[in-house]
Design a protein around this ligand. Structure first.
Ligand code: GRF
Length: 189
């Protein structure tokens, strides 16, 4: 059975959806969750889901040696970034070529790049007066939000939207499409 590591820095709702979906289908399993935030909500979710969760500092994560050694020891086949706010350095790409997937809460290449995460993205979409937004699930390379797209899904943006109302519409797309896109990609590994 294919094994996944999820890297997350925040609330962990996507991580939870992925774990639940894969437990239903039995196609793969989440071997561990890694975070760079000692107070991240994903830690609590991992505990409740009975998934091992490991904290590393930003320095350890940028260096890569320890997190990668852990993932290799756990026979991880695919790395999934679910709200992970630390740049993936070249050592990860070398060790896991075409095997790192990220989700971005906008329609790349617009509204992406360093510093574009969470509400910053939704504020920029609203400020630009876009009629639609959405998600992009893509392979990761050395640049932020830059690799080959695996899936894009769209949603409308309404005139009275706030960053919060747009974020909740985007989260629905994420929760609907991220687990299935990961499962489909795993079938080709
Ligand atoms: C999501 O909006 C995702 O698109 C972005 O970070 C957020 C993670 O949310 N990369 P959660 O921690 O999974 O709830």
């Amino acid at each position: 059975m294919k094994r996944i590591a999820i890297l997350a820095s925040g609330n962990g709702s996507n991580a939870q959806q992925i774990v639940s979906y894969l437990r239903q289908t039995g196609e793969a399993e989440v071997a561990l969750i890694i975070t760079n935030r000692p107070q991240a909500g994903v830690i609590e979710r991992a505990k409740k889901l009975n998934i091992p969760c490991h904290y590393f500092t930003n320095e350890q994560l940028r260096d890569g040696a320890e997190p990668i050694a852990l993932m290799k020891a756990q026979q991880v086949d695919l790395i999934v970034l679910a709200g992970y706010l630390c740049l993936i350095t070249p050592i990860y790409i070398k060790e896991y070529p075409e095997r790192i997937i990220n989700i971005h809460p906008a329609l790349l290449p617009d509204f992406g790049g360093k510093g574009m995460y969470g509400d910053h993205v939704h504020r920029a979409v609203l400020a630009a007066g876009k009629a639609q937004s959405g998600i992009t699930i893509h392979l990761v390379d050395e640049d932020y939000d830059h690799g080959r797209h695996l899936l894009q899904a769209t949603c409308p943006v309404f005139p009275d939207d706030t960053p919060e109302t747009l974020a909740s519409r985007i989260h629905e797309l994420e929760h609907r499409f991220f687990p299935t896109t990961i499962a489909q990609y795993l079938r080709f590994l």
